[in-house]
Design a protein around this ligand. Structure first.
Ligand SMILES: [Mg+2]
Length: 268
């Protein structure tokens, strides 16, 4: 929340303007008190960016290119299979076993096999001609993403993006969304050849921020990759549970990044 927003909120709330009002509003917005950490290690996909929706839209478009005779239900089934990745093929990419394009081809092949769709590797270029432009066009930041980043920056917290996606895909997302200049520190699976949950990527992100792991807080939507793995690496962590799924006995989770400033304060 900017200062002007705080002033606006004060006026709309019928409050007289003064330092007490500002202090009260800052407290309400969770922006008061000591800086809760030196760096925020932020996940990208399904944390800042609605990647699941973009992948679903892109996979539908790709299926239309490759299987034009298929019906809408078949294309939807393909998109869901591609996204949910039941064989865990994406994990083999983040473990360094597959390159990005090998991973993507394997996921297409697995979905086609399981759904009885005809797939030939020579169709891959056609698949990409459907998927890639649709994926770029479908990029959306969650409305709570940049206000949370701005709140952290006002506190003097360094923000580092840590994503299991590829460097090329991440660069595209940030450029399309017009925020690439906002994030000088980005760590992808390509940076070290491995991704989360390996502790090495968290330690590398902390190093980029110039902060000790215990002075960094990781935030992301995957409990295993963004919370448990971050803690194993010596960081503190907050789980962004947008769907309210929950994990037994596990506080603190936030449902929206709008809750982040207050949650960071509690995490001091
Ligand atoms: Mg994520």
């Amino acid at each position: 929340m900017e200062l002007t927003d705080l002033v606006g909120a004060a006026v709309r709330g019928g409050l007289s303007w003064g330092s007490d009002t500002l202090a009260r509003l800052r407290q309400r917005a969770g922006m008061d008190g000591p800086r809760p950490c030196d760096a925020l290690i932020l996940d990208v996909d399904d944390t800042l960016v609605d990647t699941s929706a973009a992948m679903r839209a892109a996979a539908r478009a790709a299926a239309l290119e490759v299987w034009p005779e298929s019906g809408a239900a078949a294309r939807e089934a393909f998109a869901e299979h591609f996204l949910s990745d039941p064989r865990g093929i994406f994990d083999r990419y983040t473990a360094g076993e597959l390159r990005f394009h090998e991973m993507r081809k394997a996921r297409i092949e697995a979905a086609a096999q399981d759904l009885g769709l005809l797939w030939e590797p020579r169709r891959y270029r056609r698949y990409c001609s459907g998927f890639d432009p649709a994926f770029a066009a479908a990029q959306r930041l969650f409305p709570d993403a940049m206000p949370a980043v701005q709140a952290a920056e006002r506190w003097g917290i360094t923000v580092v993006l840590l994503t299991n996606s590829s460097t090329a895909a991440t660069r595209m997302k940030l450029q399309v969304l017009g925020v690439s200049d906002r994030f000088p520190h980005v760590v992808t699976t390509d940076t070290l050849g491995i991704g989360k949950p390996d502790p090495a990527v968290f330690l590398h992100a902390c190093e980029l921020a110039g902060a000790a792991p215990e002075d960094c807080i990781a935030v992301g939507d995957s409990y295993a990759n963004d919370v448990a793995a971050a803690r194993d690496a010596g960081l503190r962590a907050l789980w962004l549970d947008r769907t309210g799924t929950g994990v037994g006995g596990e506080p603190p989770a936030i449902r929206s990044l709008a809750e982040l400033p207050a949650a960071l304060t509690r995490a001091v």
